[in-house]
Write a protein that binds this ligand. Structure first.
Ligand SMILES: Cc1ncc(COP(=O)(O)O)c(C=O)c1O
Length: 383
């Protein structure tokens, strides 16, 4: 569709084109020097000791669970208000998922109170997700986890560049997992990164990423090795040089682009102040402003609202249909997960367009139609 205001737009220029061309001209496409540079730049930006690039964040989450020893018989607490990959990664290991609620409609990140309620002696890890780019209560969650021998994995897919208590997201937990899917703040098409401060975890992640092999094709190309051993059951979760090259260029733009997202977020908040509830009004730290969620009033017809917005050429989305309500998860866990706040939030949430190049005029246009769309959504209800 030809949207007047799309949900998201790539922040690409000649730099990305040149970076891809340079890789092609170099005649080296698989994981090599460009990937090493991307990992180096990422780790410096995020103030992290290690950064390990992979083909996507789903794989990053899977490997994070594996290296922390998550497996059959274990439980991992995850938010249901997330993309399904957050929970799937746990199931891949044979462990069980336990869903935790969000704190409140104003603060739709994982609730420490519900984590505490749902933790058992089987809880091996907690995966937090920094929803929309806003950091979870990391200090409190990490403190609880540490005192109960539980690992913390950060699903940082929404939050590269966000900061809480002076720490970059991805550096607070045991392992951080980032996504570079096309709609993310760093977009490479497909791509992901793990961060950790732990040398041993980093070493094992590097083995797991590439079949558990002790040397790579690139090492042999450089004349550093002739053969290899396989020391673990690994995977092919490698990134390639073209995606890594795009990542390097996108990372250079991250700080400015997050700032532009922040300005757009501010203009939206002013434009919608008296119209509709917007989460995170009291948030005081540094968000990555990945998404702009709003909450329709109870009883409003969301589909009618989204239809109205579509007719105006404005793309909207929903973040997220809760994971525990998907057919697969309902069949697998036919229980009451007791997630009332998640269910209320997910039924009322609508995501508005947000991207670094969104203009003031586009934001005004969206705000004007949010107001009109809400009366349409109420008329449909009362008709
Ligand atoms: C919160 C969250 N976690 C995990 C993922 C999975 O990322 P990827 O598509 O890179 O596998 C996504 C991607 O949309 C996401 O939004």
């Amino acid at each position: 569709m030809d949207w007047k205001v799309p949900l998201t737009e790539l922040s690409y220029g000649p730099e990305e084109e040149q970076a891809v061309l340079d890789v092609i001209k170099s005649k080296w496409l698989t994981m090599g020097a460009v990937t090493e540079k991307f990992e180096h730049d990422f780790r410096i930006f995020m103030h992290s000791k290690h950064a390990i690039a992979v083909a996507n964040a789903t794989e990053a989450l899977h490997m994070a669970c594996l290296v922390l020893g998550v497996g059959p018989g274990d439980e991992v607490i995850v938010p249901s208000l997330s993309f399904v990959a957050t929970a799937n990664a746990v199931l891949y290991t044979g462990a069980n998922v336990v869903f935790a609620d969000i704190t409140s409609p104003q603060k739709p990140t994982i609730s420490l109170r519900d984590i505490v309620k749902k933790a058992t002696p089987k809880t091996k890890a907690i995966i937090v997700m920094h929803y929309a780019g806003y950091p979870c209560d990391m200090a409190e969650i990490y403190h609880f986890a540490r005192t109960h021998n539980i690992f913390v994995i950060e699903d940082a897919a929404h939050a590269p560049g966000a900061i809480t208590k002076g720490e970059y997201i991805g550096s607070y937990g045991d392992i951080g997992c980032f996504s570079f899917f096309s709609n993310k703040n760093i977009a490479t098409g497909e791509g992901g990164m793990l961060t950790t401060q732990d040398d041993e975890i980093a070493r094992r992640l590097r083995f797991l990423r590439s079949h558990g092999m002790t040397s790579l094709t690139y090492d042999r190309h450089q004349g550093h090795a002739y053969s290899y051993d396989v020391v673990a059951l690994g995977y092919n979760y490698r990134i390639d040089e073209i995606h890594a090259a795009l990542g390097i260029e996108q990372l250079k733009k991250l700080f400015n682009n997050n700032h532009k997202r922040g300005l757009a977020n501010y203009l939206y908040r002013i434009g919608l102040a008296t119209t509709v509830e917007v989460p995170f009004t009291k948030f005081k730290e540094r968000s990555a402003f990945h998404l702009f969620p709003i909450l329709l009033p109870v009883g409003a017809n969301r589909q009618a609202f989204q239809e109205y917005m579509k007719e105006q050429g404005i793309q909207t989305s929903i973040h997220y249909p809760p994971i525990h309500l998907f057919s697969y998860y309902k069949n697998r866990y036919p229980i009451d997960h007791e997630l009332p706040i998640t269910e209320d939030y997910a039924a009322r949430e609508v995501t508005l367009p947000l991207f670094p190049t969104i203009t003031h005029e586009q934001i005004d246009y969206v705000c004007e139609h949010v107001k009109k769309g809400l009366s349409t959504a109420h008329e449909v209800i009362s008709a």
